[in-house]
Ligand binder design. Structure first.
Ligand code: NDP
Length: 310
């Protein structure tokens, strides 16, 4: 069984930054990429707010740069999904794909968060047949078609704008009478000629023969002027937030009611000595690439400090 000083789980900005710092500190980290190499960021179109890229950067490029930077100092990046852990033992035990077992003195959890779905039965029925949670991945299939995006945050606006460049028309379905996205994103959405914002609308169900062809919506649910509306669409994109990927750690690691890993304020320290959490899996508030990267840096520094106590 292989033993490592520092095992990093996840390959977003938090995981790679932890790998850069841990490898430069000679911890010879091994990083498991998880189901989505490069993490959630690779589902966005362009990164415009990461310092150091005045003209913006393509997310795959940025994550590839981070990976190369980590590898340059000896980090070993492996494809594979960590499926089970046992943090009751020292060293910690970690299983990859339920078969390969490793032991680690320190573990940095940087597993991020995944897209949420509305929970409609028709969402499952049409998954991959018109339902998607990633415009950048699937938008191409909807060129010159009509689609809907659900949500009123930055992700929804970003997805709607991306799709507006490909599609004939984009409906933005927002349950409140306002958007919660940043001002700049709201402005861009409002200025896009082919985006129609449907405020105070909720989705009741998706319709279609074998694929999404429409959606039944309800306007001002529960109010005196409540009404039903049907829109014809070819694609339905979810952008209503994320849930943290912390399930496999919950037996050992304290989480809040939403599943975010609880860390000691201002640090990546979890309730288990030698296990650290970085990035979106422990951050219900900021969820930015830059804040994830910063917490990955802190986690590696804390891992190094912890190793000196062993
Ligand atoms: P948010 O939590 O900010 O927004 C989620 C949106 O989905 C809200 O409008 C919410 O409505 C809506 N929603 C949630 N559940 C439902 C539901 N069941 N039915 C209908 N609508 C629902 O998530 P985001 O993913 O947009 O953003 C997360 C974080 O990442 C934010 O801090 C954001 O600023 C950041 N981000 C930044 C980007 C950038 O700077 N380029 C790009 C993308 C994200 P309601 O408002 O009613 O709660």
């Amino acid at each position: 069984m292989q033993h490592v000083k520092c095992l990093i789980i996840g390959s977003g900005p938090a995981g790679y930054t932890a790998a850069i710092y841990a490898s430069r500190a000679n911890l010879q980290p091994i990083l498991y990429e998880g189901p989505q190499a490069g993490g959630q960021l690779t589902t966005t179109t362009e990164v415009e707010n990461f310092p150091g890229y005045p003209d913006g950067v393509e997310p795959f490029q940025m994550m590839d740069d981070m990976r190369k930077q980590a590898e340059r100092f000896g980090a070993e990046i492996r494809s594979g999904i960590v499926t089970r852990v046992d943090f009751s033992l020292s060293p910690k035990h970690v299983w990859v794909e339920d078969t390969e077992e490793l032991t680690a003195d320190t573990v940095i959890i940087a597993t991020g968060a995944s897209a949420k779905y509305l929970g409609l039965p028709s969402e499952k029925e049409y998954k991959g047949k018109g339902v998607s949670a990633c415009a950048t991945c699937d938008g191409f299939f909807y060129r010159r078609k009509t689609v809907a995006v659900v949500g009123g945050g930055d992700t929804a606006c970003e997805e709607a704008l991306y799709l507006s460049g490909l599609c004939l028309k984009v409906y933005l379905i927002v349950r409140k009478p306002y958007l919660r996205a940043s001002e700049i994103m709201q402005k861009r959405v409002r200025e896009a000629e082919n985006i129609e914002i449907l405020f105070e609308h909720n989705t009741l169900q998706l319709t279609g023969e074998g694929k999404v062809q429409g959606a039944d919506l309800i306007y001002r649910k529960g109010e005196a002027d409540e009404s039903l509306r049907h829109i014809d669409i070819d694609g339905f994109f979810l952008a209503i937030g994320h849930h943290p990927n912390s399930d496999i750690f919950k037996e050992y690691i304290a989480t809040d009611e939403q599943g975010y890993i609880i860390t000691r304020p201002g640090t990546p320290l979890t309730n288990v000595a030698g296990v650290f959490a970085a990035g979106d899996v422990a951050d219900p508030h900021y969820r930015q690439a830059i804040t994830a990267a910063a917490s990955g840096c802190k986690a590696a520094i804390e891992a190094e400090k912890y190793l000196k106590t062993l």
